[in-house]
Design a protein around this ligand. Structure first.
Ligand code: ADP
Ligand code: ADP
Ligand code: MG
Length: 499
C-alpha cells in the first residue's frame, strides 16, 4: 500500500540526523529532530523543521526511550520514523511498536529485524540456502562444555561472539583450550550487560581475513538489487575506520558470488529497505557469511559516491510502499570512493574515546571531497555517545586519485581541543601496504605500535585552546596558537613514519 510521507521524525542525533534531514529537504518532507540534555544547541537541531527535548543525556533515558520517541511522533504529527544507525535502529520491539501505532518505520519489518538481527538465526538461514558461513556453532552455546566440543571440532583459535552484538563489541578471541571456560563466562556476562541478551555463539577465528560487504536494496514488490561491495578491512577494536568501494582485492568470480549470496538472502526472507550483508574473505579467497546489518550503514556514502544514488531517498520511497527507482541493470559504478572515520580517541592508548570540547575545527572541503559531520567549533564530545567527529569521503576516477584526495583532505583538517585519530589515518593512507591494496583486518595488528602516536601533546593543545578562550583572543589568533602547538609536535614526529 502506498503511503504519503510528509513528515519524518529522526530518532537519532549528530551526523546521521543531518544526513537524513538533507534528503528530507530534497524531497520536500518536513523533519522532526529530538535531543537530550547533552545535545541542547547541537548543530543538527538547526537543520530540523521542529525539535523536541526528550530527556537526560544518558541514551537509555533519551535516544533509547521508546515511549518518549513515540510520544513526540504523535504530538508532532510525523508519519514516519527514521532510526539512523545504532540506538533503536535494529531493535525489533521498537519497530513493532512503531508498526502498531500505524507509523511508517523507515527500515525493514520487525519480523526481518528479528530473524536477521540475531546473528545465530541469520547464520542458520544463510546456511539453509547454501551460502557459506564461518565454521562454528549451530545456534548459541549454553555451557563451557559445549563450547569446548565445538571448538575442538573446528580447531583453535576461535571467536566467542554475542548473538545480539554490534559496533565491534562483544567479541573475544580464544587461542587455546585452557582459556575457553573463563572466556565463555566473561563473554556471556559482557553480552548480558552490553546487549541485555547473554547468548553467545562460536566461530572459527579466521586469520588475516578481509571484511567485504554488499549493499542491498529491496522493495515490497519483490525487487531486490545490490549496489556492489565495500571493503572495510581497516579496523581497530573490530570496528571499521576506513572503508572503500570497490574492494581493491576483488575479482569477477568473487564479486559475483558475494553479490548473488547477498541478493538471495534478502529475497529468501522477504527483506525490504536498505541492508548490508557482511562477509569475511579468507587468505585463500574463500568467502563466508558473517552477519546482516538491517539498517543504513555508517559507510553508505562510498556507495552513494560510486553509484550516484541517494540511499536515504531509496529508503523513504521503499518504506512508503514505492518501487525501487532502478533495476539491477541500470545500476552504474563510477570510479573509486574512500571514507575515513574521524574519531575523538587516543591512538596511543587502546583507541579509547577522548572526551572534551573541540576548541576549533576546520573541516576540509573541495572537489571530490564530501564531509559528513554533526560537529563544529565549540561542540562537546560527551561520554554518553559514540565519539565519531566526522566522515571524510573522497571520490576519484581511480583508487590512486581517491587516495591522493584523502591524503590532502586529512592533512588540511584542523581539529584542536581533543585527541583524534587523524594522525593514525594519515599514517594508514600513506602506508605502502595500504596503498598496494593488499591488506587485511590485521593491518593495525601487524603494523601499528602505540608509541608511534604517544608523543601527541593533545593535552597541551587543549590547554592552549582553553587559555586562548579565557583571554578572549580573536578567533584567528586562537586558531594560530592551537596550530602552532599542534604543528610543533606533528613536525617532530611525522618524519618517524612518513617516509
Ligand atoms: P557500521 O556497522 O554501520 O559499519 P558500526 O559498527 O560502527 O558501523 O556501528 C554503527 C553505530 O552504531 C556506531 O555508533 C556503533 O557504536 C553503534 N552500534 C551498532 N550496533 C550497536 C549495538 N548493538 N549496540 C550499541 N551500539 C551499536
Ligand atoms: P559487529 O556486529 O560488531 O559488526 P561482526 O560479526 O560484523 O560484528 O564482526 C566485526 C569484525 O570482527 C569483522 O569485521 C571482523 O574484522 C572481525 N570478525 C568477526 N568474526 C570474525 C571471525 N570469525 N574471524 C575473524 N575475524 C572476525
Ligand atoms: Mg558487522
Amino acid at each position: 500500500m502506498k503511503k504519503n510521507i510528509r513528515k519524518i521524525l529522526i530518532a537519532n542525533r549528530g551526523e546521521i540526523a543531518i544526513r537524513v534531514m538533507k534528503t528530507c529537504r530534497a524531497m520536500g518532507i518536513r523533519s522532526v529532530a529530538v535531543f537530550s540534555d547533552a545535545d541542547r544547541g547541537s548543530p543538527y537541531l538547526r537543520d530540523a523543521d521542529e525539535t523536541f527535548h526528550i530527556g537526560p543525556s544518558t541514551a537509555r533515558e533519551s535516544y533509547l526511550n521508546q515511549e518518549k520517541i513515540l510520544t513526540v511522533a504523535r504530538t508532532s504529527g510525523a508519519d514516519a520514523i527514521h532510526p539512523g544507525y545504532g540506538f533503536l535502529s535494529e531493535n525489533p520491539q521498537f519497530v513493532e511498536a512503531v508498526e502498531k501505532t500505524g507509523l511508517v518505520f523507515i527500515g525493514p519489518s520487525s519480523a526481518s529485524i528479528r530473524t536477521l538481527g540475531d546473528k545465530t538465526s541469520a547464520r542458520a538461514i544463510a546456511r539453509q540456502i547454501g551460502i557459506p558461513v564461518v565454521p562454528g556453532s549451530d545456534g548459541s552455546i549454553t555451557s563451557p562444555g559445549q563450547a569446548l566440543d565445538v571448538a575442538r571440532t573446528i580447531g583453535f583459535p576461535v571467536l566467542l561472539k554475542a548473538a545480539a552484538g554490534g559496533g565491534g563489541k562483544g567479541m573475544r578471541v580464544v587461542r587455546e583450550e585452557g582459556e575457553l571456560a573463563a572466556a565463555f563466562k566473561m563473554a556471556t556476562s559482557e553480552a548480558a550487560s552490553s546487549f541485555s541478551d547473554d547468548r553467545v555463539y562460536l566461530e572459527k577465528y579466521i586469520l588475516n581475513p578481509r571484511h567485504v560487504e554488499v549493499q542491498i536494496l529491496a522493495d515490497a514488490h519483490g525487487n531486490v538489487i545490490h549496489l556492489g561491495e565495500r571493503e572495510c578491512s581497516i579496523q581497530r577494536r573490530h570496528q571499521k575506520i576506513i572503508e572503500e568501494s570497490p574492494s581493491p582485492a576483488m575479482n569477477d568470480t568473487l564479486r559475483a558470488g558475494l553479490t548473488k549470496s547477498a541478493v538471495n538472502l534478502a529475497a529468501h526472507v522477504g527483506y525490504t529497505n536498505a541492508g548490508t550483508v557482511e562477509f569475511i574473505v579468507d587468505e585463500s579467497g574463500d568467502y563466508f557469511f558473517m552477519e546482516v546489518n538491517t539498517r543504513l550503514q555508517v559507510e553508505h556514502p562510498v556507495t552513494e559516491m560510486r553509484t550516484g544514488l541517494d540511499l536515504v531517498r531509496e529508503q523513504i520511497i521503499i518504506a512508503g510502499g514505492g518501487r525501487l527507482s532502478l533495476k539491477q541493470e541500470d545500476v552504474t559504478f563510477d570510479g573509486h570512493s574512500l571514507e575515513c572515520r574521524i574519531y575523538a580517541e587516543d591512538s596511543a592508548n587502546n583507541f579509547s574515546p577522548f572526551i572534551g570540547t573541540i576548541g576549533h575545527v576546520l573541516h576540509p572541503s573541495g572537489a571530490g571531497i564530501r564531509l559528513d559531520t554533526g560537529i563544529e567549533s565549540g561542540s562537546r564530545i560527551s561520554a554518553h555517545y559514540d565519539p565519531m567527529i566526522s566522515k571524510v569521503i573522497t571520490h576519484g576516477s581511480s583508487r590512486r586519485e581517491a587516495l591522493a584526495l584523502m591524503a590532502g583532505a586529512l592533512e588540511r583538517y584542523e581539529i584542536y581541543g581533543v585527541k583524534t585519530n587523524l594522525d593514525l589515518l594519515i599514517w594508514v593512507i600513506n602506508h605502502p601496504e595500504f596503498s598496494s591494496g593488499i591488506f587485511d583486518t590485521n593491518f593495525l595488528g601487524r603494523n601499528y605500535r602505540p608509541e608511534m602516536f604517544d608523543r601527541i601533546p593533545a593535552e597541551v593543545a587543549e590547554l592552549a585552546a582553553h587559555v586562548a578562550a579565557l583571554v578572549h583572543l580573536r578567533a584567528e589568533d586562537r586558531v594560530r596558537l592551537c596550530a602552532e602547538v599542534h604543528d610543533a609536535s606533528w613536525t617532530s614526529r611525522r618524519s618517524d613514519y612518513l617516509r
